[in-house]
Design a protein around this ligand. Structure first.
Ligand SMILES: Cc1cc2nc3c(=O)[nH]c(=O)nc-3n(C[C@H](O)[C@H](O)[C@H](O)COP(=O)(O)O)c2cc1C
Length: 184
């Protein structure tokens, strides 16, 4: 088999990291990740995605608490994972939000995938997070939308926790039967 290049290796090596060291990310690392976010392609080039880069642990805690308020079982689930936060103590969380467009959710998925691979290439770990959605329910007057500067009509789409890994995890098992071949 032809040797894999570094990008292909990073794609295969990435896995979800659920424990982080306290070490903060440098300003340069955060700026690099911001440029990665802004390079995300969006359907029709609508560029509707907005990114909240958060290192303020008070904000992260507020999102945690609103999620646990709506779903107390989640805290129990986290405890089983030896965590007390759905962000697993990561020093940086990027929240991706957008007003409704046909492609907002797909675009957000691409954004966090790019961020995950970029983080991996920088020697950092990450985990893509959908659970924080619970803190941004549109019908909850105490939701965390305003806390993250979201505008009217903007909705949480996905987030990603990024930091220096304090654990390792094998990537998920791949099932080749999930590919359907129509190759000639
Ligand atoms: C859209 C999406 C949402 C996810 N949400 C969460 C989450 O809220 N909490 C969590 O611990 N992991 C979350 N994950 C991580 C998945 O559980 C993980 O990617 C999957 O188990 C495969 O493991 P791997 O990433 O190590 O290959 C999410 C992943 C994706 C793609």
């Amino acid at each position: 088999m032809k040797e894999m290049n570094r990008t292909l290796e990073l794609i295969q090596e990435r896995s979800s990291i659920r424990r982080y060291k306290d070490t903060p990310l440098s300003e340069e690392e955060i700026n690099t990740l911001k440029r990665v976010a802004l390079a995300t392609p969006t359907g029709q080039n609508l560029q509707e995605l907005r990114y909240a880069f958060v290192t303020d642990q008070k904000i992260i805690k507020a999102v945690d608490e609103r999620c646990f308020y709506h779903n107390p079982e989640m805290l129990e689930r986290m405890k089983k994972r030896d965590a007390d936060s759905i962000f697993y103590g990561a020093p940086l969380v990027v929240f991706v939000s957008a007003k409704d467009t046909s492609w907002a959710d797909a675009d957000a998925g691409i954004a966090v995938a790019n961020l995950a691979l970029a983080a991996q290439s920088m020697g950092l770990g990450s985990v893509i997070l959908g659970l924080p959605r619970g803190a941004f329910k549109p019908d909850d007057p105490e939701n965390c939308c305003a806390l993250l500067g979201m505008e009217e009509g903007e909705r949480f789409r996905l987030s990603i926790a990024i930091g220096h890994p304090d654990t390792t995890k094998e990537p998920h098992e791949q099932d080749p039967s999930h590919i359907r071949d129509f190759l000639v």
